[in-house]
Every structure is written in C-alpha cells, then in structure tokens.
Write a new protein. Structure first.
Length: 180
C-alpha cells in the first residue's frame, strides 16, 4: 500500500468513470460477498445517515464511494475477503466509534476543544498512509455538487467526513495484515 501519486489517481478515476452499469453491479455484488459488513456500513448505514438530511447528497455519497472502490481495485487489486478475517469490520467499528464519539458529542464541549478533536480525527494515525489526493478529489466533488444543489453546511461537513472515513476504511482493509 502506498499513497497514490497524481497520475496513478487520475488513471484510476478515469477507470472508475469508464465502468459500465453491468460491470459496476458485478463489482458491488463482489464487494458485498467479499466484505458484507464493510459493504453494509458504507452503502447502507453511512448513506442512510446522509439521506436523513439530504437524499441527493446520499446518492452522491454512494457514487463517490463506488469510485473509491474502483480506485482501490484498479491500483491495489481485488478486495480482501471477509473469510480471511471475519472480525476485521467489528474492530474497525470499535476504532471509529472511539474516534467519532467525541465529534458527535462535540456540542457539549468548547469550540476550541471541538476544533482540536476534529484536527486529531483527520490527522494520520501511526503508520497510516493518507490518500490526500483522493480525499481532495472527493471533497471537490462534494463542493461542485453543492454549487448546483442547496445543502446546509452541517450536511456538507458530514458527507466529507463520511467520505474521509470510507477512504480510511479502504486503506485499513487493503493494508490489514499490518493492523493489530
């Protein structure tokens, strides 16, 4: 696993945009077979949280999450299988809960502390490879979407955070042999 360089990311995103509907469906089915909890978390749980606020933003989130899937498959190969480590997603959920809980409960703390918690959340963890270019592309895609569709700032921030989490989860999934 490595950080995607600009040309590599560009080619992978071009690949994602070139996939026809049938191939895309097969990729999604294969992801659901290979990583059922991972699939459910991203495409059902995360998207439904966003859909409660803005349905069109939830559709964009799912489209962008699919593009992330395509990028990882193009560059890093097939998705690791659930059967290889059936408790992986549960461990990820525990880690995310620990990191996201302070962000969610942020309304009970000072603005300064809230900003520090957010900065810590987005900071790379020990040994973590950040996909800065991919996250930037995703954020720009959200910004482009909201330039044509009315959406409140909280939903925009939520969507960008969820997309960051999707990238982090894919990073962890593809580099899982190094995880504890």
């Amino acid at each position: 696993m490595h950080e995607l360089i600009a040309q590599e990311l560009y080619l992978a995103l071009e690949y994602a945009k070139s996939i026809d509907e049938d191939s895309g469906k097969r990729m999604m089915i294969q992801l659901e077979i290979d990583q059922p909890l991972f699939f459910q978390t991203i495409f059902n749980t995360f998207s439904s949280i966003i859909a409660e606020r803005h349905q069109d933003m939830a559709h964009l989130f799912m489209d962008l999450s699919f593009e992330v899937l395509c990028v990882y498959r193009k560059v890093f190969g097939s998705t690791p299988k659930f059967s290889d480590d059936p408790t992986w997603m549960e461990r990820q959920a525990g880690l995310l809960d620990k990191e996201l809980k302070p962000l969610i409960e942020g309304r009970h703390i000072s603005e300064k502390r809230s900003q520090q918690i957010k900065a810590d959340f987005f900071k790379p963890k020990d040994g973590e490879i950040m996909q800065t270019g991919l996250v930037q592309f995703l954020n720009e895609s959200v910004d482009d979407f909201v330039s044509y569709n009315a959406c409140d700032a909280a939903t925009i921030e939520l969507t960008k955070t969820m997309l960051f989490v999707v990238v982090r989860l894919f990073n962890n999934l593809y580099s899982k042999p190094t995880l504890q």
